[in-house]
Design a protein around this ligand. Structure first.
Ligand SMILES: Cc1ncc(COP(=O)(O)O)c(C=O)c1O
Length: 351
């Protein structure tokens, strides 16, 4: 056997949500958007394919998308980096700031990819439990480290920390603080306006959720240009393929399309949360396109499995056995889900 790095052999890799090969599933397990993206995205990609060549490399910094994102999000162009999904940008940040014996601090439970990325680099995860109400842990503000992550809204809970509290972290930390805003378009506000005042702030966003473009793989990182310059040194030269660049530009031009879908998802989230409470679940207040529902002390694997048998996929995390994370689909998807849950629980007489 060839020798591997010890950190890799010891690593438990990130396990992405299931993408079933069979058709016909109602997919509520990976926080994808149930509505199609703007038709302008596919039109722009077709137009490119019929008039331009795939023989050339794409612009290394995705210039036109970068300029568009800068104008849409109200920051100068040099403050933006475009990535192959926000996962690539999170990876890039960890590679730039983390090495052996450096500490990466984040509240848990949260997006488990932060842990995996840290361990790949040989860094040490420093995990601080959220309090019961999922407000900002005091220790997260004061803890020292080489990098901090805050997923906001948080996954898997959907809970949200207001920007005033994020500001306390930025003020108290000398290290870079990454605010992962993958779900922020479903929340009341972003930390982007704080960028100007805090040179240690890094905001990461994505077109995967609110723009219905998980398959296109486009993420944005916003930070002071002195940070962007170092990140650019490390990133793969042609990290974003040309079709994704074309599609992303078209998507940003049609922000209104995404906004309409965000409105619909938020509306569904509200009635669905209430309905789940009526069915006896504790529902964490969600500002994302998913909800985290709990039945304290009851292992919900049976519910996950039975729903899967009925062709509805939700997310079960073995580390939180009495909870399920459920993405918000269409009203019809969620009505169907509620009917099945009610039926399954009746059968099990948990209702
Ligand atoms: C909190 C969080 N951050 C980042 C990502 C990655 O998103 P993408 O790489 O599709 O931009 C996800 C995906 O589910 C996520 O939940």
């Amino acid at each position: 056997m060839v020798p591997f790095r010890r950190a890799i052999l010891a690593l438990q890799g990130y396990i992405p949500g299931e993408q079933p090969k069979e058709k016909g599933f109602v997919k509520l397990n990976t926080n994808e958007n149930p509505y199609p993206p703007s038709p302008k995205v596919t039109a722009a990609i077709y137009e490119f394919l019929s008039s331009s060549s795939l023989a050339l490399y794409p612009p290394p910094l995705s210039d036109t998308v970068r300029q568009k994102a800068a104008s849409v999000y109200g920051v100068p162009e040099e403050w933006v980096l475009v990535g192959n999904g926000s996962d690539e940008l999170l990876d890039l940040v960890v590679r730039v700031f983390v090495e052996k014996e450096t500490r990466v601090v984040y509240p848990v439970p949260t997006y488990t990819y932060y842990r995996v990325l840290t361990l790949i680099q040989g860094g040490t995860p420093y995990e601080i439990p959220f309090p019961e109400d999922f407000s900002l842990p005091r220790e997260f503000v004061t803890a020292s480290g080489h990098l901090k992550f805050l997923c906001n809204p948080n996954s898997p809970t959907g809970t949200f920390i207001p920007p005033e509290d994020v500001e306390r972290v930025l003020e108290a930390s000398s290290c870079p603080v990454v605010v992962d805003e993958a779900y922020v378009d479903f929340a009341p506000s972003s930390t982007l306006p704080l960028l100007e005042r805090y040179e240690n702030l890094i905001v990461v966003r994505t077109l995967s959720k609110s723009f219905s473009l998980a398959g296109l793989r486009i993420g944005f990182l916003f930070a002071h240009p002195y940070i962007i310059r170092e990140l650019v040194k490390v990133k793969a030269s042609y990290n974003v393929n040309i079709l994704s660049q074309i599609g992303a530009y078209a998507a940003l031009e049609d922000f209104e399309h995404a906004r309409e879908n965000i409105r619909r998802i938020k509306k569904t989230r509200e009635w669905f949360s209430q309905r789940m409470e009526e069915l006896g679940f504790f529902v964490y207040p969600s500002e994302a396109n998913f909800v985290f529902v709990r039945r304290k002390g009851i292992n919900l694997f049976f519910l996950y499995e039975e729903l899967k048998r009925r062709k509805i996929l939700v997310r079960y995390f073995p580390e939180w056995p009495d909870a399920l994370r459920i993405s918000i689909g269409t009203d019809r998807d969620m009505e169907l889900l509620c009917a099945h849950i009610e039926n399954i629980l009746k059968e099990r007489s948990h209702v």
